[in-house]
Design a protein around this ligand. Structure first.
Ligand SMILES: *Cc1c(COP(=O)(O)O)cnc(C)c1O
Length: 364
């Protein structure tokens, strides 16, 4: 068996120890004689796992009890519509900071439910974004019910390195692609959400966290499965939850805790990004980073080679060397190395060596 170095943008790699444990428990989980997929979600074994996963998430994030951890489905994309559906409506407004393709996706859905204003929009045309706005560049709408932003722009390879000050408005963040990659003051947020398949585990579950005071303002009269209040009241078990995805999420969270939590993860991720960006910056212009330097993402490292032909050759030679899923997003071109938590420093060191060798073998 051979594991590749996997730079997938999502679904992404999962720590090997987690996969091994899931394999070992596949036929007999927790002494039940079944896999976790084959037991009742109303039974005591599953219930304990479910509640422990919520508590583990809160513990790792350093969140007090007034934050509710919800397990929603339909991906982060469903949060794009659930959020405005729960808070907007006729005559209501919300602020959305636009810094990338996914932020635009959130705006598209929010517009169905209210008037959407933009404290900043860094779109440069043709789907190109390279920068995160500075605090001084943000202009807020005093009538906004909340302010929404995207902490890491998965496609464009840009990331916020500060939490914006939104002058007391409820702050909501799509953290799908950088959640738990480093320490962060999560108590600054009224709501966060993240599809699990980048930094937290497999697709199928989305972690949505809402503070009680913000939850209290959500509408009551909504379709059951789209109501945040129902998710809270029923502990995300109004219907059958994605039990297997939550189980893997549980194992990933335990793995994070065992390895030192967000503090330790932040150090590993910092090392990884330093190695890659210095390989780019010391390549005499052979590798060119796409994002503005002060807006660079630690998670998605986007760059280009001297020609599109060399970009393509890089992808295929990397694959032959066991380094896979390096192709940039279609609107961006070039290369994207997604360095989520399951990518190790050693994986990155091997890749930096590959980049240096590739440059020598393929002069511009
Ligand atoms: C991947 C991604 C999404 C979409 O997630 P789904 O779970 O596929 O709906 C949304 N926002 C960001 C920042 C992402 O990286």
């Amino acid at each position: 068996m051979k594991r590749v170095i996997n730079f997938a943008a999502g679904p992404a790699g999962i720590p090997v120890e987690v996969l091994e444990q899931a394999r070992d428990e596949m036929l007999d989980w927790n002494g039940t004689g079944c896999s976790v997929m084959e037991v009742s979600h109303r039974g005591k074994e599953y219930d304990a796992l479910h509640m422990e996963t919520m508590d583990l998430f809160r513990e790792l994030a350093g969140l007090p009890k007034d934050y509710n951890v919800l397990f929603t489905t339909g991906g982060a994309s469903t949060q794009f519509l659930m959020l405005p559906m729960n808070y907007l409506g006729e005559g209501k407004e919300a602020d959305y900071i636009v810094t990338g393709n996914w932020a635009q996706g959130a705006v598209k859905e929010a517009k169905r439910y209210g008037t959407i204003t933009h404290p900043a929009d860094t779109h440069m045309g043709n789907g190109v974004f390279v920068a995160i706005p500075k605090q001084a560049e943000l202009t807020f709408n005093p009538r906004a019910e909340y302010v929404h932003y995207t902490s890491n722009n998965t496609v464009e390879g840009t990331e916020w390195n500060y939490i914006p000050d939104v002058h007391g408005k409820p702050l909501v963040c799509d953290m799908s692609s950088d959640i738990f990659s480093r320490p962060l003051d999560f108590t600054k947020f009224s709501m966060i959400y993240a599809g699990a398949q980048k930094n937290l585990g497999p697709s199928g579950v989305t972690v949505t966290v809402i503070r009680d005071d913000f939850l209290a303002k959500a509408h009551d009269d909504l379709p059951t499965m789209l109501s945040y209040k129902v998710f809270k009241e029923k502990f995300s078990m109004h219907n059958t939850p994605p039990c297997f995805s939550i189980y893997i999420l549980n194992l990933v969270l335990r793995w994070l805790k065992k390895n030192g939590g967000l503090e330790a993860m932040g150090k590993v991720n910092d090392r990884k990004q330093q190695l890659l960006y210095s390989a780019i910056d010391s390549s005499s212009g052979y590798y060119r980073g796409i994002a503005q330097v002060d807006s660079r993402s630690w998670m998605n490292i986007d760059f280009k080679l001297p020609t599109p032909e060399l970009d393509a050759k890089f992808v295929s030679d990397a694959k032959a060397a066991g380094i896979v899923q390096t192709k940039g997003y279609r609107t961006m071109g070039g290369i994207r190395l997604s360095c989520y938590n399951a990518v190790s420093v050693k994986d990155v060191e091997t890749t930096v060596q590959f980049m240096q060798d590739f440059k020598t073998r393929n002069p511009a």
